[in-house]
Ligand binder design. Sequence first.
Ligand code: FMN
Length: 506
Amino acid sequence: MSAPRVFSGQEVSQHNNRQSCWIIVHGKVYDVTDFLDEHPGGSKIILKYAGKDATKEYEPIHPPDAITTNLPLEKHLGSVDLKTVEKVEVVITSEERARQERVAARPPLSEVLNLHDFEAVARQVMPEKAWAYYSSAADDEITIRENHAAYHRIWFRPRIMRNVTTVDWSTTILGHRSSMPLYITATALGKLGHPDGELNLTRAAAKHGVIQMIPTLASCSFDEIVDAAQPGQVQFFQLYVNKDREITKRIVQHAEKRGIKGLFITVDAPQLGRREKDMRMKFEADDPSEVKKAGSDGVDRSQGAARAISSFIDPGLNWDDLKWFKSITKMPLILKGVQCWEDALEAYDAGLAGVVLSNHGGRQLDFARSGIEILVEVVRELGERRGLKFPNEKFQLFVDGGVRRATDVLKAVALGATAVGVGRPFLYAFSSYGFEGVDKALQILHDEFEMNLRLLGAPTIKDVVPEMVDASNLGIHVVSVPSDRLYESNYESMQPARLRVIKTKL
Ligand SMILES: Cc1cc2nc3c(=O)[nH]c(=O)nc-3n(C[C@H](O)[C@H](O)[C@H](O)COP(=O)(O)O)c2cc1C
């Protein structure tokens, strides 16, 4: 085999147009000419970097192997002598300058008192596109708000005169110790919020003894995230099932080999939801004459970061596939995104280790019910039909969506969940403060658990029982006036379409 070619920056820079388009990513040169019209994010953004180093633009919004898996090997041309590459000029706009001033004016972490505060800071200091991707949800964003609001329909029935001198909120999740009954759920594209991306979560999870679920679409590579874990640190893996099952098999078996302790198969995303805040950001960022055009394959390229990275997900995934999953891995299998008791029962009967009752943080089907509401019907029906009691070691129920306080977690635990997943709050924490932000967020939760277990009269998590909550109103879907001012003050209304500013020559 001949040695890979080393190009000069000058040679690469000549391939700077639609007829011959080369780009540099991480010091490697790729010929993307034939790929231009297939790029899910559109050709325009690639052409902007034609003949140049695209690493800075590429990195936060692509999983690290996006190029290598999508581009045939013969298009991997070689490497480049980076000393000879002209630096891409970064123009700092007045908006960006203003943002940087807001970053400098962040409150110190000592003034951050709860998870809502991270969202309030993130909203002001994150780049607009990143904020749009993290905060957006499907259609009219009814479900994302319901996810949080549902917890307001559950009230406590605390017990008194119990010895709560010491309280212990640790538990086990799929047989592994966790310092609290929650885990960091999978959220894609960590580097949009912070250059260290998901590693912020890995490090904070290690420090606090909680479990991190690694997403398929992480910005850091899977191995990088596993390598960053401390010896013995438990990690789960979230899987988007690829249409090419050989790729899926390779990913799953690699995860198992690297010591992953649970495989969470996402089942609520056969197609990605329309997240209009994210989409509108694209409309505003692109040339208006380009954005509505469909590519040669008829795919509309104007759908924001989310659609751009997810076209590989298999909408054909179905119950028959579970046998195959069992044949390729010994990891416990959990379905993430179950939304009614019938499917939870089917998962139980199929011998799975559990389900996550979730609507993907409101990002998929709008008007999907909250995970906490589904939990109540799943506990009831699986109790009646299969005699199961929850929490249950053999078939574990998880819930995610809208959790912002330890009281939310305790409500889910009382109703039968083993643990809950928390997504956005940790994204906002590292987008605003990096590792220290996630560290602080977890510390806040520890403090909240300690206080609330005492006030509930529950010395341990096992003492948090169904009788401690009144969930009788949970199923009533009345949209009330905002009941949580902190949460609502962070909620950013959706924007209607705006007229374009037309510049006229005088
Ligand atoms: C920015 C973002 C990216 C996400 N990416 C994924 C993903 O790649 N795979 C997945 O199964 N769920 C993903 N989710 C859903 C989360 O795992 C989880 O269901 C949801 O965030 C819980 O709601 P919360 O953000 O209110 O805590 C994502 C959520 C957000 C906010």
